[in-house]
Design a protein around this ligand. Structure first.
Ligand code: COA
Length: 181
């Protein structure tokens, strides 16, 4: 495999012409999603998928959806409060869910996943947040992929556990903090 630079990677929205017969990432679940479910989800307007290609290969993808997050799942410092109040002003807050993110096995551990994550966060902050109210980014990482998010430097924080003895597996970014700190 020739060395590549991130600048050589093309990004395009998923359409009906893309072929995933050669797409194999480390997760069967995500292989099944991109081969069998991503187009249907996009047609139903449940998620939008973006593909990243190098030369003739599709090397990765990310799928995004609008969502909302319950205030008690967020750290208190990330709530929106009325001045002088200790309570959250809203019970639900708007977010974008990074539903799926994958890189094909033969291109792993070269920074592509991290760059896809930065690209998605850039799209959310530069496009979504400038046209629609959206304060958080959420993700439910697979155990093996957690470091991708934690090492990104984007401030991913573990959600608060609501049920006792059941730690939350989901993480979030407070976009307001990210853009204003
Ligand atoms: C997880 C995944 C997207 C990472 O893609 P990638 O291009 O290899 O990621 P990067 O090269 O940017 O890795 C960044 C950091 O994430 C962590 N990381 C990535 N893959 C990892 C793995 N399989 N196990 C442990 N840590 C991993 C490492 O800390 C890595 O930094 P390092 O290489 O300096 O140690 C890719 O392995 C994949 O598609 N896996 C299967 C699907 C999946 O789990 N997707 C995540 C869903 S939430």
């Amino acid at each position: 495999m020739a060395p590549f630079k991130w600048d050589d990677i093309r990004v395009e929205p998923l359409n009906s012409d893309h072929n995933f017969s050669e797409f194999f990432c480390a997760s069967e679940d995500l292989n099944d999603f991109i081969k069998n479910d991503a187009r249907r989800e996009q047609e139903c307007m449940l998620s939008r998928t973006y593909l990243f290609s190098y030369e003739k290969d599709i090397v990765g993808f990310v799928s995004l959806s609008a969502d909302s997050v319950l205030a008690p799942l967020l750290k208190k410092e990330d709530w929106v409060r009325k001045e002088g109040s200790s309570k959250s002003r809203y019970s639900n807050l708007p977010c974008i869910l990074i539903g799926r993110l994958a890189v094909v096995e033969k291109y792993e551990r070269q920074g592509i996943g991290t760059n896809i994550l930065y690209w998605a966060v850039g799209l959310i902050t530069n496009v979504v947040c400038k046209s629609v109210g959206c304060r958080y980014i959420t993700v439910d990482p697979k155990k093996d992929a957690l470091d991708l998010y934690l090492k990104s430097g984007l401030g991913f924080t573990q959600m608060e556990a609501i049920k006792a003895q059941k730690p939350e597996t989901r993480y979030y970014i407070n976009i307001y903090k990210l853009l204003n700190n």
